[in-house]
Design a protein around this ligand. Structure first.
Ligand SMILES: [Zn+2]
Length: 349
């Protein structure tokens, strides 16, 4: 049969949908010469002997994750009682989704997918909130935690994908019909590979945009739009960062965890402004994840920096996984096993 490539698809994803190997796509499509090659919307692929998969959840770590996968989970999240909110729109007008579960007084916020080539954090958070809602529905314990109790004490807010446009760029590359085709190629100096891209689609780093030592960080970073580390012309120019800014101010979270990859470390301080309790909290996060606590990253302008400075409340950056970004899909099992416990423990810090 013929498959027409959709927005956000990769070779791994098409193979997964039809329960075949990525290599089978290479075998029957001569223009595809590598499993890592980008495939563009509208492209036709010949699929030999595929059976369409009903359940699109990928626990085996075979595929990438992006906005389309998250949208594919919306119905089941809703059926499990998870509240959905659209807190803003990306440069390319994609929804920035926030989810809420629980009724407790303590308000906790997890965010991921800030950096385009760190999409594995988005999959972690989307799967986590889904599993949490499954366990709640069935009144199960999860790794010894009473989910019912957790969600009576705490309310969890999650934005799995802060940077949907960038994530799609890293997974699908650029093609003529892409609305930012020329601009992206210019920023990328004509290169067609985007593995190193962490910015949003306009070449602004969404975790360099925050009014906490912004000028200092901007001064030491690229001065024009760049695949990574460009801070923008001033703080919070980008709609994705602005959406998180408004959402954070609106909800007054007790503490926040922002997820990045990679390094298996947890940053927890900023300019000695973090409250004393942060040290104890990070030691618990470290214990359950086996990730190393590090007080400061010697950098400024990040979301958790701003949160600590502005609210004088605990903020953490979790660097999941180890390897070179983007981590390949099969890193998911390590990321999941270490951070599933961390995400549970973090609900009751
Ligand atoms: Zn990052």
């Amino acid at each position: 049969m013929m498959h027409t490539v959709q927005f956000g698809e990769t070779i791994n994803k098409v193979a997964f949908q039809y329960s075949i190997r990525p290599f089978d796509i290479l075998l029957f499509n001569r223009e595809i010469f590598s499993e890592q090659q980008y495939i563009y919307p509208g492209m036709k692929l010949y699929i030999q002997n595929g059976t369409f998969r009903q359940d699109q959840m990928d626990w085996l770590g075979l595929t990438e994750f992006n906005q389309h996968d998250l949208e594919g989970m919306l119905l089941r999240l809703q059926q499990n009682g998870v509240e959905k909110d659209v807190i803003g729109y990306s440069v390319m007008n994609k929804q920035i989704y926030a989810f809420k579960i629980g009724t407790g007084k303590k308000k906790v916020f997890y965010s991921g997918g800030w950096h385009a080539n760190e999409w594995i954090t988005s999959k972690l958070l989307a799967y986590f909130i889904y599993e949490l809602s499954e366990k709640q529905k069935d009144q199960q314990r999860w790794h010894g935690y009473s989910v019912e109790q957790l969600l009576r004490d705490s309310t969890l807010y999650v934005v799995p994908i802060v940077n949907p446009d960038g994530i799609e760029l890293v997974q699908q590359g650029i093609y003529k019909e892409h609305p930012h085709f020329r601009q992206v190629l210019e920023i990328n100096k004509g290169m067609r590979s985007f593995d190193h891209w962490s910015s949003n689609i306009r070449g602004v780093d969404l975790n360099h945009q925050w009014p906490a030592g912004w000028a200092k960080e901007a001064n030491e970073s690229p001065k024009v739009p760049w695949p990574r580390h460009y801070s923008g012309q001033k703080p919070l120019t980008e709609p994705e960062a602005k959406a998180i800014y408004n959402y954070t101010n609106q909800h007054q979270f007790d503490y926040v965890l922002s997820f990045h990859s990679q390094g298996q470390v947890i940053y927890w301080g900023y300019n000695h402004l973090e409250p004393e309790v942060s040290a104890e909290m990070v030691s618990r996060l470290s214990y359950v994840s086996s990730y190393l606590p590090i007080k400061t990253a010697e950098s400024d302008g990040g979301y958790k920096d701003w949160f600590i400075q502005h609210y004088r409340k605990p903020g953490f950056t979790i660097e999941v996984g180890v390897g070179v970004n983007p981590l390949s899909p099969d890193h998911f099992s390590e990321v999941w096993s270490n951070n599933c416990l961390l995400c549970l423990e973090a609900l009751i810090l």
